[in-house]
Design a protein around this ligand. Structure first.
Ligand code: ATP
Ligand code: MG
Length: 395
């Protein structure tokens, strides 16, 4: 049996050069090691354009699933690592063909080291000839069932028949840090994923309104944070008690402007937490037109209270696209649990869809919200969450 005991990892968007490229690879290398930290027998090696992991008997299936979550990997393969000589290459490829139940194949050889004396075309021809003579497989160059990939380096050669797509994007953390407003809904966890994919580390802020929101609602948000934290390793969540602010808004402004004012307060708080934690922008799961507070008029009126940039990765996504992504990243089932977060519980009947800054300020002048925000930030609770199955390893 051919042993596929070396994982060969190809990088993603490597248009970056020089020092950026070095940082990219180093960060990816650390992120991969952290993601696979439970597999202690693995050994790692990195070069300027590949990362290699030797399995040393560790569980292939688990590693395969984990690697699919690491941003910055364009694809990876479980390969047979053999010495770079044509006899061994040919024999190994033949063994792969013989062990397979497929009917057609194609040889795809790349000489990484051009000093290897036999050119790629010739390797392809020699190996294919050997397979054709000794098996019933036929060549299909357009749509082969068994593409056999050979990558020849100076001393060793990697052979595989599968190329597993990676998560793409940039290694998380390479592009700075953002504070995401995380609710218990469907959208914001997906926004977290999209931001992480661009190489940005995500820290979260959640506004809770106990006792109007339950312990279950809070747990749901932390569970969601734990699920998406798998894509970056861990996540800091700032939980703010929003009850007094919310009650003051309802007392002062009543129904139509309540959501607008609430969201203006949320953004002000987010800016403060972001600045305290060196986050260069804040982020939300907003999408144009989805609810009253997400019309362009609302977004403009709410955004006007802060100066920090706001990233809205889902701004033009359809709800269905967002749901599909939520299912893919594993947050959907948790997001649809029926526990109220602070917006739904105070949901007014007739929220204004075209709020104005002037009218918002008119209401805000009526109460001492600055003081309420100070108290809210001073009493923040800061919680570190970890990918669920990893919790014990980190404690
Ligand atoms: P989601 O599914 O993410 O909750 P939504 O469609 O319910 O979004 P809104 O409730 O208007 O829309 O929230 C818009 C965005 O505001 C959310 O995506 C999130 O970023 C932020 N947000 C809403 N409620 C909270 C909260 N309680 N704590 C932190 N952020 C919140
Ligand atoms: Mg919501």
């Amino acid at each position: 049996m051919v042993k596929y005991d070396t994982v060969l990892i190809r990088f993603g968007e490597l248009s970056t050069k020089g020092k950026n490229r070095k940082d990219f690879i180093q960060r990816l290398f650390l992120n991969i090691k952290r993601t696979l930290h439970a597999y202690s027998a693995l050994t790692y090696r990195k070069t300027h354009d590949r990362i290699y992991i030797t399995l040393n008997g560790e569980d292939e299936g688990g590693i395969r699933e984990k690697l699919k979550t690491v941003f910055g990997i364009s694809s990876f393969s479980f390969t047979a690592k053999i010495p770079s000589d044509i006899e061994t290459i040919s024999q190994t490829c033949l063994a792969i063909a013989q062990e397979s139940d497929k009917h057609t194949f194609k040889m795809i050889t790349k000489r990484h080291d051009k000093s290897f004396p036999i050119k790629s075309d010739e390797i392809n021809r020699t190996v294919a000839g050997n397979i054709l003579r000794n098996t019933d497989l036929k060549v299909d160059v357009h749509d082969p069932e068994l593409p056999i990939r050979v990558e020849v380096h100076k001393n060793e050669t990697y052979i595989t028949y599968e190329k597993i797509p990676g998560a793409g994007g940039f290694p998380t953390g390479i592009n700075g840090k953002v504070l995401l407003m995380l609710s218990g809904g469907i959208d914001s966890p997906v926004a977290a994923y999209e931001i992480m994919k661009r190489g940005i580390e995500v820290e979260a802020v959640h506004y809770a309104s106990p006792p109007y929101t339950s312990e279950n609602a809070r747990k749901k948000v932390l569970d969601l944070a734990a699920i998406v934290s798998a894509y970056q390793g861990a996540m800091k969540v700032h939980v703010l008690n929003f009850t007094d602010i919310q009650l003051a808004i309802y007392k002062t402004a009543g129904d139509p402007y309540a959501v607008t004012l609430m969201r203006r307060m949320m953004f002000r708080l987010a800016q403060r937490i972001a600045e305290q934690n060196k986050c260069l922008a804040i982020a939300t799961g907003e999408s144009v037109g989805q609810v009253a507070s997400q019309t362009l008029e609302s977004i403009a009126c709410i955004n006007s209270v802060i100066s920090i940039p706001v990233l809205r990765p889902l701004i033009c996504f359809d709800k269905l696209e967002i749901i599909n992504l939520a299912e893919k990243i594993g947050t959907y089932e948790t997001s649809i649990l029926p526990f109220e977060d602070c917006c739904t519980i105070f949901d007014p009947k007739n929220p204004v869809t075209k709020p104005t800054i002037k009218k918002s300020e008119f209401f805000e002048d009526k109460f001492d919200w600055e003081n309420l925000l100070d108290v809210c930030v001073a009493n923040e609770e800061c919680i570190m969450v970890y990918p669920q199955e990893d919790t014990e390893d980190f404690l």
